[in-house]
Design a protein around this ligand. Sequence first.
Ligand code: ASN
Length: 537
Amino acid sequence: MQTWRRTFATSVARLGHSSTPNSRPALLRCAQILQASKKEEPCSLEDQEIKVNGLIRSVRKQKRFAFAEISDGSTVEPLQAILKPAQAADLSTGAAVEISGVWKACPPGKEQTHELQTTEVTVVGASDPETFPIQKKYQSTDFLRQIPHLRIRTPFQSLLARFRSECLFQLGNVFRSLPNGGFTQVQPPIITSSDCEGAGETFTLLARGAVTSSSTETDHFFRSPKYLTVSSQLHLEAYAAELGNVWTLTPVFRAEKSDTPRHLSEFYMLEAEANFLYDLDSLTGLVEHMLRDLTRRLYDSPVGQELLSMKRAGESGQESGADQSGLDLRQRWTALMDGPKWHRITYTQAIEKLQQAVAEKGASFKHPPTWDGGLQTEHEKYIVEVLHQGSPVFVTDYPKAIKPFYMAPSQVGENDSTPGETVACFDLLLPEVSEVAGGSLREHRLPNIIQNMREYGLIKERASANPDAPPSEPLYPHLSPTEDLGHLQWYADLRRWGSAPHGGFGLGFDRFLGYLSGVSSVRDIVSFPRYFGRADC
Ligand SMILES: NC(=O)C[C@H](N)C(=O)O
């Protein structure tokens, strides 16, 4: 029988090791080492000399041995190193080290299967444990948010960064393998001329030293005011006209003064546009298929499994930023992947049901639901959580008056009696996060888009230098001589030549990641969040 004793058998281990005396130990990532040690069969690295570079998560110094937990950002699980007291003298929490040693099996019954018997350790970047802000003990979400540059070094934030990376990788696969030959990824501009949503909540771009009140052409860096994009949709429509089906994941910017856990001033939007798309059902079907497929691929990935099995705050003693309500993430993912077809309900039906709930079921809302009033978050929550028992819902066909100018009219059946004009659009509602995606069929007919722009006040008055002079260019179709399409003319051009029915959607990527990770605030999903009053580093 083998007797388990913690001793330093460095020279013995070296002898049994196949490498030549001067050869360097293999540099490996913690994830590789720990993964190789989990398998049923004997670990191929056992008794081998290996090297790891990383940060010290914690160090425990005892009389005969010291134990250090090393993390290199490749897995949430730390790698344990055992050291002689002299080797550990300079080690402290937060320090960057290069450490090599022999990978030894641990006595049965220990939390870890193996540990690194240290032969050599070099502190390449010291860290003063007294002042290092990240401690192993519980630290509040609020405190950690104030130091995002160091918060990333907590196990859960580190995991979220890897999870996001996996999502990006898998998204490429999802879009490539969609039926009908896949979608092409494109990169639309971040600096734009137009506020696509018409909400006016844009950030204006100014060159350093520019005069803010200036309105003359030459004073503007780009000759006219430019903004940070609020949505790539309009440019995606240009791409889609040629490429067919396109997608992008870009940062978008909204200068909304909303101080809520659901809003950021800079966030990532996943947007897709499909040409020759004729009905709203095909669009909602595309969104459903894509999100189910993405979740499935993430579920099958090691980092997805790591996220699903990670101990949450409270259990691990380390603040994770995760929801602590005993939420069953695995169930949430399974429902997304394998649950029944997601519900579709028209906006008009939703309002009727909300009003019924008030009249008959004693539901009460801060904003009483009205057809003209749109859906507030409290209404969306009720629709998902009460009316649809927590499963995803597409709410379709909103009133035209509360939606942007580019949406096509609804195609709802004749017996559907809506109180006013509606458009062929949807919002996708998920429990907890509410609206996570929105999209529409686009008005693809030139006279109709021009009429919409007119109604929405987007057509400018033509500045005429000399009213008697003959017009220098022929009049734009469907415009009167006094009208000017201004910075949206290019968008109308897409309808002027070769315009097919099309549609697309935008998904709040950070909100969706929050939903998958069980993190209720987008401020904890994004490593460096920007929101009203805060953009710290
Ligand atoms: N691409 C889209 O349909 C998204 C839409 N423009 C939005 O910002 O919600």
